[in-house]
Design a protein around this ligand. Structure first.
Ligand SMILES: [Zn+2]
Length: 317
């Protein structure tokens, strides 16, 4: 069995996973908000020990995979930049945890981990070339080509959320402008509703207090014109980005996950229509656009898969 963790800005979720993906034990804790590196490391080690002890009477844990919301150096097992956990910037997390627990530790970007998890047991299972796009607070991306995660020379490949879809558009946290993340994320839904509100005075979400991304979705389902326009733009921009990726990568399937993917019915039509307009016919007709299947567990299962097949990745210890 292996240990797998999904380290997020809000929660640390951990599980012991068997070789067919079955969950044997789970733990969940709040990620420390102290901004002290040692507190995060200590929580990872304590939670790992709890899981290892709990499963000890039945089986041994042979490796540990950690999904982190960060740009990573795989070969060094190092976190380079973690926007939501800046205390981990430029830190050899894998080696530190490996030393403390005396097991192999593998690090993976959370969106890549979700793509691997969906490919192992979820919506892209059985396909050798897939793209996974995660629509949440931001937009994450993972690409699998010929069965292998696409990492690029620096390990930073797959940043679908930072494809430019509007050259003179909204500024992005990455330093660029007009990135997909600024149009097709939960954050963007709320912002765009605010930007467009004055054009739709009759809208039920014309007031800022009624404008969480879920409020906007609920209003769209009920036919609210402002909410429908927000999700039309959301789908349009996602279609622009995915149309380009289809032309470049010719994937068999594109998996759409993350919290906002639950709003599927109100953005899928503009998304599909933009792909039809922009991508070449043959790859556009071939590709399936599907909803993710594994929900919050995609990342944990992805790093579990990596821990089982460690030959795929840069070994850390
Ligand atoms: Zn960006």
């Amino acid at each position: 069995m292996v240990l797998a963790a999904d380290l997020g800005g809000t929660n640390l979720r951990m599980a012991v996973i068997g070789e067919n993906g079955e969950t044997k034990y789970r733990s969940r804790s709040s990620t420390p908000t102290t901004r002290r590196r040692d507190d995060v490391v200590e929580l990872l080690i304590d939670s790992a020990r709890e899981c290892i002890e709990a499963i000890k009477p039945h089986a041994a844990v042979t490796a540990f995979g950690i999904a982190a919301p960060a740009v990573l150096d795989h070969d060094a097992g190092k976190i380079l930049i973690a926007p939501n956990l800046p205390e981990l910037n430029d830190f050899p997390l894998a080696a530190t945890i490996a030393d403390a627990l005396n097991i192999e530790v593998f690090l993976e970007n959370d969106a890549n981990a979700a793509a691997i998890g969906e490919n192992w047991l979820g919506a892209s299972n059985g396909f050798s070339s897939s793209i996974c796009v995660t629509l949440g607070t931001g937009v994450g991306g993972g690409v699998i080509i010929d069965g292998k995660p696409l990492r690029g020379i620096d390990g930073t490949a797959g940043e679908i959320g930072h494809i430019c879809v509007e050259p003179f558009g909204h500024p992005c946290g990455c330093g660029s402008v007009g990135c997909l993340e600024q149009y097709s994320s939960a954050t963007a839904v709320v912002r765009m509703a605010g930007e467009l509100a004055s054009q739709f005075p009759e809208s039920k979400i014309a007031s800022p207090i009624d404008r969480s991304s879920l409020d906007v979705y609920n209003a769209a389902v009920l036919g609210d014109p402002l909410a429908i326009e927000v999700f039309r733009r959301f789908g349009f921009y996602l279609g622009v980005a995915l149309g380009g990726l289809i032309n470049v990568l010719n994937p068999e399937v594109i998996v759409v996950g993350g919290g906002v993917s639950d709003s599927w019915e109100v953005f899928i039509e503009p998304l599909r229509s933009e792909i039809q307009k922009r991508a070449f016919k043959r790859p556009a007709d071939r590709v399936s656009i599907v909803k993710a299947k594994l929900g919050d567990d995609a990342g944990i299962l992805g790093v579990a898969k990596l821990a089982f097949s460690s030959s795929n990745i840069g070994l850390v210890v």
